[in-house]
Each structure stands twice: as structure tokens, then as C-alpha cells.
Design a binder for this molecule. Structure first.
Ligand SMILES: [Zn+2]
Ligand SMILES: [Zn+2]
Length: 332
């Protein structure tokens, strides 16, 4: 199995998890163009992706989702509440009743059936060029999202035209219920975070287990349990408490980050590593580091000190995921 972290941090998150037969993207928090670029840089072929999995609907995890999924023609796996929250975010309507939501889902199904019977969409990778600039600004003005792509798609898929929430296929999962994509077994687990239905993932294939656990306010028992016997662990180490306290964020944002539905501090991560972690991982990748309220050396030092108190854990290698460039693929 292989994990390639394409980006990690509050400006965008994405990682490729692959077995010899299956390749999935976890989160799509950069523009389509940037995601494609980083995949190619890291030696991952975008055209070989089998699916996109989403942890939660925050912008730093979904920024490029719609465009990338349509471009590659791959299914998107998420929970129903996350899907609904994402659609709501992109729909210029402030409220959506459950009846309206069901109606939306029905219309999407019909559009997909229609698109499937029409000429299949152009899934050429490497060509999100014209729309990525528009996507980057789409969070603030969903109305104007991806105008060029809309034109392009309108010509190809009449039924799905001009809808930024259109996805070529949607598969729902529930936290706690295992499912498979190809030969990768996936177990989503609930994480405490201020989103509709946020989750982390454990991936198992070929006798190797990898996990993604970022964006969590604290380490509840279910997460500690999920993170047993993991060989490659992408774990949040978001902020240094002192730096956050003295840092530039407004008080309300500091409160949010520190809350039980915010982000893990270096200290909380160290406490987990020292007290609850079973030491099984060959690699621990520290991720979602805050650019304003953390320093990579502080996060690394804090985790290393935690492991040092466990002489048996010194075989664990600590890596730091980056915001601006992909990490070299980690293969086991
Ligand atoms: Zn995030
Ligand atoms: Zn988040």
C-alpha cells in the first residue's frame, strides 16, 4: 500500500491511498488543477483514481471536489449529511428543507441516468485549466462558480448543466460501517469536529493498514480504538497552545480551534502518542499544521518527546506533511 499526502493544512487537504489495484483520493481541498499537478509531481496518475472520499464539508477539504469528480468521472463517497451540507454550501439558497433535499437527490439521480445514456463525458485528466481560476474563487460566490466548465458541460451533458453540485456518482457510507473500494477495505470513524458528520478513515489492503485522522477537537475513545494496529498514520498536530494564545486569530476563532470540536494541539497529539498509541506505525505523518499558530519543528519535537518516553516506539519515523508541496509517497 502507498500513501501520498498531496497537501495538508488549513488551506487545503488531500492524500492518495493506493493498493496495487485500487487508488482513492481522500479529500479534494485544492483546485482541480492544483490537485492534478501535485498528483503528477508525486508520481500518482490522476486518470487511475477509482474514487474520491470526503471526510467533511469544510472548504479546505472540498475546494476542488465538484470539478475534479466531473473531470475524472469518478464516484464520490461521503456521508449523506456531509453531501447535504456541501450541496447547501454551493446552493445560493439559505435554507433547504428535508423535502427539498430529497427532491434535489432525485433530480440528481435523473440527471445522472440522462448523462450516462448521453455521450460519456470527457474524462481527460490534466485539463482543468480553464476552470480552476473560477473554482478558486467559488467559495465566496457559488453563483459564478466554474462558468467555463458549465459551458463545456452544457454542451456534453444537457441534464447536468450549470449545476456546481452535480457529481458523476455518489455513494453514501456511515461512520462505523465498513465498505470496500476495489481491494481496499475502508472503515470510517466519527471524529469530534464542527462539521455536519465528520469522519476519519482506516484503509486496509494487502495486510497493511493506513489511517487518516485530522480535524478533531480531542481524542475520544472511538478514535483511539480505530487507530490501533496502524502502519502509516496521518495524524493532526494543528497548533502550539502558546502560539495560538499569543497569535493573530480573533478570540472567537481561538475558542473554536481550542474547543472539543476544533483541532488537536501538539500537546494533545503528544498525550495521545504517550498514553494511548500502541506504537505499531512505521510512519507517523503529522498533518494539518497551522501556519499561523505552529512551527513544524515544534510539532516534530513534541511528538518525538512523546515517543521518547516509550523506548519501544523509537522505530517510528515521524514525517511532517506540508501545505505547499506533496510529500514523497510512503510505501509499505
Ligand atoms: Zn481541515
Ligand atoms: Zn475541518
Amino acid at each position: 500500500m502507498r500513501m501520498t499526502v498531496l497537501a495538508s493544512g488549513s488551506k487545503g487537504n488531500s492524500a492518495v491511498i493506493s493498493s496495487s489495484r485500487t487508488r482513492v483520493l481522500v479529500d479534494a481541498g485544492l483546485s482541480c488543477r492544483e490537485l492534478m499537478k501535485r498528483m503528477v509531481l508525486a508520481g500518482e496518475d490522476p486518470a487511475a483514481l477509482d474514487a474520491i472520499l470526503i471526510t467533511h464539508e469544510h472548504q479546505d477539504h472540498v475546494a476542488g471536489l465538484g470539478v475534479l469528480a466531473r473531470k475524472l468521472g469518478v464516484p464520490v463517497y461521503l456521508t449523506e449529511p456531509t453531501h447535504r451540507a456541501w450541496v447547501r454550501m454551493l446552493t445560493p439558497r439559505t435554507t433547504m428543507s428535508y423535502a427539498q433535499w430529497l427532491d434535489h437527490v432525485q433530480r440528481e439521480k435523473e440527471a445522472r441516468a440522462h448523462a450516462a445514456s448521453a455521450v460519456s463525458a470527457d474524462a481527460e485528466p490534466g485539463l482543468c485549466d480553464s476552470m480552476s481560476a473560477a473554482v478558486e474563487s467559488s467559495s465566496s460566490s457559488p453563483d459564478s462558480a466554474e462558468p467555463e466548465e458549465q459551458e463545456l458541460e452544457a454542451a456534453q451533458k444537457p441534464s447536468a448543466k450549470a449545476d456546481p453540485t452535480y457529481l458523476p456518482a455518489v455513494e453514501y457510507f456511515r461512520s462505523g460501517s465498513q465498505f470496500s473500494i476495489g481491494d481496499i477495505e475502508i472503515t470510517p470513524f466519527t471524529i469530534p469536529h464542527d462539521a455536519a458528520d465528520p469522519c476519519g478513515f482506516v484503509f486496509a489492503s494487502e495486510g497493511v493498514r493506513m489511517a487518516v485522522a485530522t480535524d478533531l477537537g480531542y481524542m475520544p475513545p472511538n478514535v483511539k480504538t480505530a487507530l490501533k494496529r496502524i502502519d502509516v498514520l496521518l495524524l493532526e498536530s494543528n497548533h502550539d497552545l502558546e502560539m495560538l494564545k499569543d497569535g493573530p486569530y480573533p478570540w472567537s476563532v481561538k475558542q473554536r480551534v481550542l474547543s472539543r470540536v476544533g483541532h488537536l494541539s501538539n500537546l494533545a497529539t503528544a498525550e495521545f502518542l504517550e498514553r494511548d498509541y500502541d506504537g505499531a506505525a512505521a510512519y507517523i505523518v503529522l498533518g494539518h499544521l497551522s501556519e499561523s499558530n505552529n512551527a513544524p519543528e515544534l510539532a516534530r519535537l513534541s511528538a518525538e518527546q512523546a515517543l521518547m518516553n516509550h523506548p519501544t516506539l523509537l522505530g517510528n519515523r515521524i514525517l511532517l506533511a506540508e501545505q505547499t508541496a506533496p510529500l514523497a509517497p510512503i510505501s509499505l
